[in-house]
Design a protein around this ligand. Sequence first.
Ligand code: EPS
Length: 397
Amino acid sequence: MLSYRTAGESHGPTMLAFVEGLPAGLRVDTGFIDAELARRQGGYGRGARQRIETDRVRILGGVRAGITLGSPVVLEVANADSRLDDPVRTPPVTRPRPGHADLAGSLKWLTTDCRGTLERASARETAARTAAGALARCLLREFGIECFGFVSGAIDALCEVRVDAASLAALRAARDASEVYCPNPETSARIVEHIHRAKTEQDTVGGRVEAHVLGVPPGLGTCVQWDERLDSRIAAAVMGIQAFKAVEIGLGTDCAWRFGSQVHDPIEHDRARAAEPHLGFVRPTNNAGGLEGGMTNGMPVVVRGTMKPISTLLRGMPSVDLVTHAAERSQYERSDVSAVAAASVVMENVVAFEVARAFLAKFGGDSMDELRAHHEATVRLACALHGDGRGGPAVSR
Ligand code: EPS
């Protein structure tokens, strides 16, 4: 089963991801991983740290001459701003920031110094997770599965973006031209304004981010166990991103305000389109976000996440000194005004990892050759059942 863990502190020597379960024979595109790492460092509202770091992946195990061996893959993103052992440059933090892990971590580890908690809780760790997700996408791309992440709103600016195979290239270009990774130019400009205002007022901004996965075959995930439902896995992965407070699939929380007839996507069949991922079962809407019963249904997987504003405010928030218990403003640590653009890159990649995990669970194999053979065999069987002629005439089962 594909899995990963990460290690490392924000100002420690390095960030690591340990990825297990990839088949042998996968070509690792380090250029692609580095491009995702570079995007994660960007976006209007990022702080001074990003001028110090130039994130690049280094592969420490599991790959030979650019091809996976089937053994664990160890990815490293080294920290340029490494100073964790220097008590002068990483002093104790005793005035916890509301919203950060500071207070809860200090209560958990029975300490008055929040430093140990915040160094690991820092979103710097998402560099390792982005690298792991981008590695998994090297596999997905071999099967024509593409992910697209972007920012869709913040404060009072919000856009609806229709993502499909035909619009993908133009949307990518629009997103990449936006300072906040939002493909709608008007919404992008408004979000930039909000971040600018927050900067001048020593405040912070969160936002809404989306990930759309196109070309996903049906049947990934399962309804058999709750923790193997793909929507459950995706929700856990997205909620696991620092500062995320909500995750939605498809129509998400808006399901509460509609009748069933306005929520569920009608099922139609078009035999001529049986070669597409949905096997001809076209759905005029995709309110389910590509997931029904915890399984992909052949429609794009649509995930939305909500990031709270960064909890480090330059002007501080009401807090308490953990040593004296006196009322104080929270301590300032160098931070970002907004990392919502970066969060869209992280989300895109953690969602992709879960799709890759479910893809391998369904099709499996120790090598890419076996994986391809299993995938092709399944497509043949599906076509035989639903009939575009590729696997012979339609057979009912
Ligand atoms: C973060 C605080 C800032 C961010 C950091 C997350 O770090 P620093 O205190 O070193 O300036 O820049 O994010 C990254 C370093 C990164 O690469 O994303 C926090 O408090 O979580």
